[in-house]
Design a protein around this ligand. Structure first.
Ligand SMILES: Cc1ncc(COP(=O)(O)O)c(C=O)c1O
Length: 391
């Protein structure tokens, strides 16, 4: 029988970052020594105190359906305290929904707000899943590419807003660019939002603890008048090296949170029971592991950005947050005989055995993403190999 797939699923692209990781794994399995700069996750292990809590929860029989669907009272209380402590945001537990990763929080948010043809403004470069999630919810992604640099200006945001705009996505620190919006830049964007009616901001702040500049984090919802219209998205994946545990969360206006929980009740039933218990420990327990990870990311970010800037045809801004460098590699295209970053990433893998992710999937065909969630030695060796390929 012919399996006829829906238009919805046919309109969605497979995840480019996962595709590159799979390609690199295939080469590795054939015995090739591949330097992996493609992964979107910390190379550290989940802290022991969190693991121990999960084991204890399992032993205690914490294995039944989680209840309520939006997260256990203990977890939502922990998330409430976490927002207060690290984001300067005061949410009531009823304004919080725990989800199966931040990815699920974003999807539930789009599903709860979008009607067919509704527009979602997504600044480029963007995290790969935003446009596809919007399409999955019958919305229309509106990509805004900054005329200069890696961040959009208030004027660029204002020019993109129409009567069909329902959501604006802001991701700072950014995946893929590592760029961080300053307080002044966020104030200017908030100024534009204040002039609109019924437009919600999705502030994806999943990298907010991985700030490499030493400056305090500025949450978008804390800007004047933004609390009432912002869905703040976060999770344990990046901060606590817990990508496989699948726990994220969102906080915002109660009617939106309730709608997301209703959808969750008909889809996943919420995050895994004992993962919720262990995540309380991550969010409220010893934060030493986060501090140690940050020290390493600060050192490696500089090592990688400086190394990239020393390569012919490559320029890279110092990353402000997360664990990504996002160099402009367009100066190498003529030499390599390629048209865009897809060509660059393909050759880097085939010739230099270095896995990067092309910026094409992020809406930036002149750039490539290199993750420094890997050892210092690998950063030095990977850049040496790319350098050899370019010379
Ligand atoms: C910007 C951004 N948002 C959300 C996510 C999803 O994170 P999670 O693992 O919590 O689903 C990622 C993961 O790569 C990300 O980079």
């Amino acid at each position: 029988m012919d399996i006829r797939l829906s238009n919805r699923v046919m309109a969605v692209a497979p995840s480019a970052t996962m595709a590159m990781t799979a390609k690199a794994a295939e080469l590795k399995a054939r015995g090739v020594n591949v330097i992996a700069f493609a992964a979107g996750q910390p190379d550290f292990d989940t802290p022991d105190n969190v693991k121990e809590q999960a084991i204890a929860a399992l032993r205690a029989g914490d294995t039944k359906y989680p209840s309520p669907v939006s997260g256990t009272p203990k977890l939502r209380e922990a998330i409430r305290g976490y927002f207060e402590r690290f984001s300067g945001l005061n949410y009531a537990p009823s304004q919080i929904c725990a989800t199966v990763g931040a990815k699920d929080a974003l999807h539930l948010g789009f599903a709860a707000l979008l009607n067919p043809g509704d527009e979602v403004i997504i600044p480029a470069p963007y995290w790969v899943s935003y446009p596809d999630q919007v399409r999955l919810c019958d919305g229309k992604p509106v990509i805004v590419t900054p005329a200069k640099g890696l961040k959009i200006t208030a004027d660029e945001l204002e020019a993109a807003i129409t009567s069909r705009t329902r959501v604006v996505v802001l991701n700072s620190p950014s995946n893929p660019s590592g760029a961080v919006y300053s307080r002044a830049e966020l104030e200017a964007l908030a100024g534009v939002m204040r002039k609109t009616d019924g437009v919600v901001v999705f502030a994806d702040e999943i990298y907010h603890r991985l700030l490499l500049t030493g400056e305090p984090y500025v949450s978008f919802a804390a800007r004047d008048g933004m609390y009432e219209r912002t869905l703040t998205i976060n999770g344990v994946s990046k901060t606590y090296a817990m990508t496989g545990w699948r726990l994220g969360f969102a906080a915002g206006p109660e009617p939106l949170i309730k709608a997301m929980a209703k959808l969750q009740g008909q889809t996943t039933s919420g995050p895994t029971s004992f993962v919720q218990t262990a995540s309380v420990e991550a969010l409220t327990g010893d934060q030493k592991a986060v501090d140690e990870m940050l020290v390493a990311f600060k050192r490696r970010g500089k090592l990688m950005a400086d190394g990239l800037n020393a390569l012919p045809g490559v320029t890279c801004e110092q990353p402000g947050g997360a664990f990504y460098c996002f160099p402009d590699v367009s100066g190498t295209f003529a030499k390599l005989g390629v048209n865009d970053a897809d060509g660059f990433s393909e050759l880097a893998l085939e010739r230099a055995h270095v896995a990067t992710v092309s910026g094409v999937a992020f809406g930036a065909p002149t750039h490539a993403r290199l993750s420094f969630a890997t050892s210092d030695a690998d950063i030095v060796e990977g850049l040496r190999r790319i350098g050899e390929m370019l010379r």
